[in-house]
Design a protein around this ligand. Sequence first.
Ligand SMILES: NC(=O)c1ccc[n+]([C@@H]2O[C@H](COP(=O)([O-])OP(=O)(O)OC[C@H]3O[C@@H](n4cnc5c(N)ncnc54)[C@H](OP(=O)(O)O)[C@@H]3O)[C@@H](O)[C@H]2O)c1
Length: 257
Amino acid sequence: MNEPKRALITGASSGIGLHLARRLAARGIEVWLAARRQELLEREVAAIIAAGGRAHALVLDISDTEATVERLTRLDAEVGGIDLVVSNAGLAGARGAIPLPECAWADVRDILQTNLVGNAATLYPFIKPMVARGHGHLVGVSSLSADCPTARTAPYGASKAGLTYFLESADIELRPRGIAVTIVHPGFTKTAATDELVGKAPMPFLVPIEKAARLIDRGIRRRARMVRFPFLLGLVGRLVASLPRFLVAHLIYKATR
Ligand SMILES: NC(=O)c1ccc[n+]([C@@H]2O[C@H](COP(=O)([O-])OP(=O)(O)OC[C@H]3O[C@@H](n4cnc5c(N)ncnc54)[C@H](OP(=O)(O)O)[C@@H]3O)[C@@H](O)[C@H]2O)c1
């Protein structure tokens, strides 16, 4: 399979998206770094170019879904086709872990709008052009929380479970037409998002950011269907989710409230 030539990475102003963009650029892929904070994007683009890579900043608010679809449709046409899309932008951290009775409606709405609808709006514009070209790769950064409902994650977990379903269904439909879909389920990874949770929530098996970016990059190179890490937390989550809920609901509540 050919190496991708041009990649879009959303949520590239910090955390997972930023570290992944650096790795893709270091592999010789021309990268578009998208997020809302222009200054951070431009600083990183300058650093990639200084290191010999090819990079561009794209200011984008994926919660404005009409503008996102319009801008990304135009981007694909302007640059001659994006062949790797990493839809990673998301609201996480403290806002994604508020006890449900304390959530404002705006918290619930914004998390679903950004993490589910915004990520669908990011991926959608590339589907038809990729199918027409007969190749391409869509990557979505969901979460281990999509595997197993816990306390305090109703909006966040729902947004990620919805995104995972979207990607799984897309993979079934698009892979036979030459387009790979990779679903990423990270566990707790050391970024600005988890820094907000220190002392507020248990974060077992916290993964260093460099390791997370390396594992995701490996999955992308293999055009894997699923990238899950850390292994043990992913396994425990799926095992617990497979047990009858009436047996484990109280234990899950005690462990995650
Ligand atoms: N860290 C973890 O433990 C963990 C675990 C599982 C899944 N994840 C997922 O991994 C992804 C990256 O998170 P992270 O941990 O790297 O957190 P982060 O450092 O806070 O990064 C989040 C990124 O998303 C961007 N973003 C947020 N809202 C946006 C919007 N409306 N439009 C465009 N960009 C937006 C932010 O950029 P701007 O603010 O500049 O727009 C930032 O670049 C998220 O989808 C998160 O849910 C993280």
